[in-house]
Write a protein that binds this ligand. Structure first.
Ligand SMILES: [Zn+2]
Length: 431
């Protein structure tokens, strides 16, 4: 921070929502672009020659040919599951019992939680993700570890203590009162501190009693500027279990709705198998549906119809769901969203995929004035993407006629090798 840095490369500036306008008309591409960073903020965006001339004292980083993008945003991850990614077999409820819950038990120890938080951020940053919104575990130590690591790295990050008071091993349970009080304490301690935000986090209706959900609804009413995150309608077996546990409710969403857990700052992970009533109600509140395509394919949950949900006017995010998801990479997540789109009969444009992973996700988190685009005044979280990172990608990109054809092979086949450098708050942290 302090000095000026000038990053030179291709720029792709979004001027309209590419799900509203034609995707090709929603961006301005500049093959000789540049971004000026000053005091951790994006101070100017324009032509490289002009900015170079105007700011002769800036430290120049020439990434000619690479694409400068806002850092990727991942609005639904479980950082405590980092070490159990790619665990073989079973459906959602079995997968949780077999792989996830035993690992989450270890987060009662601060040292272990810190070790995994550091590992998670190392991997996420190498993949170009500069902001994550994470579920922690039931233990306050897991939240402390996440926020401390994010703070030390200067990251914008969001997270919350998972609340569960039934249907999980006893070492992972709180109760309605403790869930409320620990969440409230962590919220007061971390929310709004620097770049950090607290997220009220009931895991899902299967693992919380009505009393616990109502207590968290009260907490959200007390702190309405907080986000709330949970899961909904991921698998048919899960939906049947929610119907059995809450026979008085109309449907899955009604469980949350009736407990004060439906709102415009709500993030609802998966949301695959919703009824028309539930979709209408989510839209009425402007709540966000978070699509987690690698997770849905990996756990066999179903095909989320992104195009149809966009058409009906839902607010949508795109996330890894690490580690139900099988990748830390937002590039792989975009590829998976494209494949699931194809299975639903619609090809999602690369501009739409990039928009979802950046500005779209910033909107979902209510952070579009800080991150998610290369707008002047935004925080300088920037990713330098190498569009020729492997031989297989380079030979295809080399035949491209425009930026979309040049970028698409990296979306479909790229990984952390395509992430050449990453800047957080104007400081280079990768590359
Ligand atoms: Zn999840």
């Amino acid at each position: 921070m302090g000095g000026k840095s000038l990053l030179m490369g291709q720029t792709l500036l979004c001027t309209a929502n590419p799900f509203g306008a034609a995707p090709r008309d929603a961006f301005v591409h500049n093959r000789n672009g540049a971004v000026l960073i000053e005091n951790g903020i994006i101070a100017a965006v324009g032509n490289s020659s002009e900015l170079l001339h105007k700011h002769r004292n800036a430290n120049v980083h020439n990434h000619s040919g690479c694409l400068l993008l806002p850092g990727f945003i991942d609005p639904h991850v479980h950082y405590p599951q980092t070490a159990v990614i790619a665990s073989w077999g079973e459906r959602l409820l079995e997968w949780l019992s077999l792989h996830t819950f035993p690992e989450e038990m270890k987060f009662c120890e601060q040292d272990y939680a810190s070790k995994i938080a550091e590992l998670y951020f190392d991997i996420a940053l190498k993949n170009g993700t500069t902001t994550a919104c994470s579920f922690c575990t039931v233990h306050p130590e897991s939240v402390e570890a996440f926020f401390r690591s994010a703070k030390n790295r200067g990251l914008r990050a969001a997270a919350g203590k998972v609340c569960m008071d039934r249907n999980a091993p006893s070492g992972l349970l709180d109760d309605a009162r403790r869930g409320y009080e620990e969440s409230r304490h962590l919220l007061k301690r971390w929310h709004g501190r620097g770049r950090l935000s607290y997220v009220i986090t009931p895991r899902f209706a299967v693992t919380s009693s009505r009393g616990q959900l109502e207590a968290l609804g009260d907490l959200w009413r007390e702190f309405p500027d907080c986000l709330m995150q949970t899961h909904i309608a991921e698998q048919p077996e899960e939906i049947a279990e929610v119907a059995r546990l809450f026979p008085e409710s109309l449907d899955y969403l009604d469980v949350y709705d009736s407990c004060g857990l439906l709102g415009s700052r709500g993030l609802y992970g998966h949301a695959i198998h919703l009824s028309t009533r539930e979709r209408d109600r989510l839209k009425e509140f402007g709540a966000a549906l978070i699509h987690c395509p690698t997770s849905n394919a990996f756990i066999g949950s179903g095909l989320f119809d992104l195009r149809q949900r966009m058409r009906e006017g839902q607010k949508l995010g795109l996330a890894t769901d690490t580690a139900g998801g099988s990748s830390f990479s937002m590039l792989r997540t975009m590829a998976s969203a494209y494949e699931i789109g194809q299975l639903n009969g619609s090809a999602i444009h690369p501009g739409q995929l990039i928009w979802l992973a950046t500005e779209g996700n910033a909107r979902v988190l209510g952070m579009e004035r800080q991150i998610g685009s290369l707008r002047v005044g935004n925080e300088a979280d920037i990713l330098v993407l190498d569009l020729l990172s492997t031989e297989a990608i380079a030979q295809r990109a080399g035949r491209a006629d425009d930026i979309w054809e040049e970028l698409f092979p990296t979306i479909m086949m790229g990984d952390d090798r395509a992430v050449k450098s990453v800047w957080v708050s104007g400081n280079k942290v990768v590359g």
